[in-house]
Ligand binder design. Sequence first.
Ligand code: ATP
Length: 211
Amino acid sequence: MISASNISFQYNTNSSFTFPDIQLSAGEELLILGKSGSGKTTLLNILAGLLAPQAGEVTIAGQNLYQLTGTKRDKFRGSHIGLVFQKPHILGPLTVRENLDLAQYFSGQKESSLIPKVLEELGIGEKINSQPQHLSEGEAQRVSIARAVVIRPKLILADEPTASLDDENAFKVISLLKDQARKLKAALIIVTHDQRVKDLILNHISMGGAS
Ligand SMILES: Nc1ncnc2c1ncn2[C@@H]1O[C@H](COP(=O)(O)OP(=O)(O)OP(=O)(O)O)[C@@H](O)[C@H]1O
């Protein structure tokens, strides 16, 4: 489903990152652990097609990501990759439902009945018409999982999804992510420095940082 090989990246002349190779099939999950500054977000952005690496290749569902032009890559991301960030980035003026409608619209996914279903599965079915500012942090993070999932992605990428959550919500968010990925048969990659997640995903690798 996703393979990344020989990826390296450099922001400036002083430090360069060489990232571990990744091979993940549909339905598999991977946790990438690394300290703050080790390049986790950089790697996730490269895997998401948001940041071109200096060297190496990223292939998702048979498509070499960086052989696509910028616009086509954006379109590919919109329909195949569900992104979950540390902060939920939900659009404030819109309701939960409208946020999810918008994600589906940009992905070309037309199965709108999926929206209440996924919210229900995530335990926030009654929040469908709520404004984002009326949600707790844990609920908002679940909405961002819903937004990633309602496009029926082949790959879910999550950047520090538990960083601002207490133990109970962190545990819930990881099990919900795993659960949704399993239902979609999507590959799931989580990058984090949060050691609490380690026991919840057995397949993990550690990142060293820049050299
Ligand atoms: N746009 C940028 N320009 C220059 N340097 C950058 C840029 N973005 C990140 N860096 C540097 O690259 C390194 C890795 O950053 P990155 O955000 O990938 O790390 P991280 O492991 O995700 O960190 P954290 O856990 O703190 O979010 C850091 O030293 C950071 O200062």
